[in-house]
Design a protein around this ligand. Sequence first.
Ligand SMILES: NC(=O)c1ccc[n+]([C@@H]2O[C@H](COP(=O)([O-])OP(=O)(O)OC[C@H]3O[C@@H](n4cnc5c(N)ncnc54)[C@H](OP(=O)(O)O)[C@@H]3O)[C@@H](O)[C@H]2O)c1
Ligand SMILES: *[C@@H]1O[C@H](CO)[C@@H](O)[C@H](O)[C@H]1NC(C)=O
Ligand SMILES: *[C@@H]1O[C@H](CO)[C@@H](O)[C@H](O)[C@H]1NC(C)=O
Length: 274
Amino acid sequence: MIVFESRLFRVLSLLAVFVVLIAVALQFLENSESVDVSSMDLKASEETFREKNKSCFILGASGETGKVLLEEIVGRKLFSRITLIGRRQLTFEDKEYENVAQEVVDFEKLDDYAAAFQGHDVGYCCLGTTKAKAGTEGFIRVDHDYVLKSAELAKAGGCSHFNLESSKGADKNSSFLYLKVKGQVEADIEQLGFERYSVYRPAVLLVDREESRPAEWMARKFLGAFSSAFPTAMSIPIRSVARAMLANTVIQGDKKAEILENKAIYDLGKMGDN
Ligand SMILES: NC(=O)c1ccc[n+]([C@@H]2O[C@H](COP(=O)([O-])OP(=O)(O)OC[C@H]3O[C@@H](n4cnc5c(N)ncnc54)[C@H](OP(=O)(O)O)[C@@H]3O)[C@@H](O)[C@H]2O)c1
Ligand SMILES: *[C@@H]1O[C@H](CO)[C@@H](O)[C@H](O)[C@H]1NC(C)=O
Ligand SMILES: *[C@@H]1O[C@H](CO)[C@@H](O)[C@H](O)[C@H]1NC(C)=O
């Protein structure tokens, strides 16, 4: 009995040490820079922005982030005109979506669809695939080529603020294909010289994905549990990303090009929680 208890005690202390170590590691992972704007300011900024009757387009509105972004845009009535640009027509049941325009394009011949990119003030790009879904070539084609071409057409079409959903760790010098491609497209779009260019680098997106695999689901649940203790260490709820993109849109930024890391996205997104 005593032997058993002391062994249990040892196991428990080891476990405690382990948890503390993880906590320290996660704290370290948390990015300390933060964004300092109050919710009051945001409400006022939204109102001012709304009065400008601006238009926007969304690329990837059928995806996990794009879907929530569209929902938030429609709900907050931030734009007078919303256009979805995608490879297929989407259907919406909600009456609120009635005035959302759609342009179905062939991303392989995007130049033929330049008109679809014309006359939008703000652009949001939530396009993306994975190497697992599309292969290496396919991944580069979508996450770099389609995204860059869209940005070029948007710039030519008069877009003044381009918003790109990239990824934590994006780095054109990385030896990991995913991070390299993300970093490369970020840099290539910066060269286009938008009046304003915002890059968002979220960590793992928390969502119950429809096509989810059990392992991924487990990982997400695990991250979800940790993320309540350490909200920005390695994951972020999708709605925070969408809200951050919009809060950042309505707040008059003074930077021509900016990169929002996961912690900044989290802080901005929390501000839009109402
Ligand atoms: N998932 C994460 O944990 C995570 C973390 C950090 C950053 N990111 C990045 O964030 C972005 C959005 O991620 P998400 O998970 O919200 O995306 P998602 O749910 O996978 O949606 C991707 C979007 O891209 C479109 N798309 C994919 N392949 C296409 C193709 N060949 N031609 C035309 N359109 C295509 C999809 O359209 P269809 O509906 O027609 O397929 C969909 O609208 C991506 O760039 C991703 O790399 C993701
Ligand atoms: C925006 O639209 C409203 C209603 O159509 C109009 O009254 C207002 O003048 C417009 N504002 C600008 C800045 O165009
Ligand atoms: C990538 O490498 C180039 C050339 O070696 C260097 O100038 C640049 O600063 C690097 N960029 C990043 C993001 O590390």
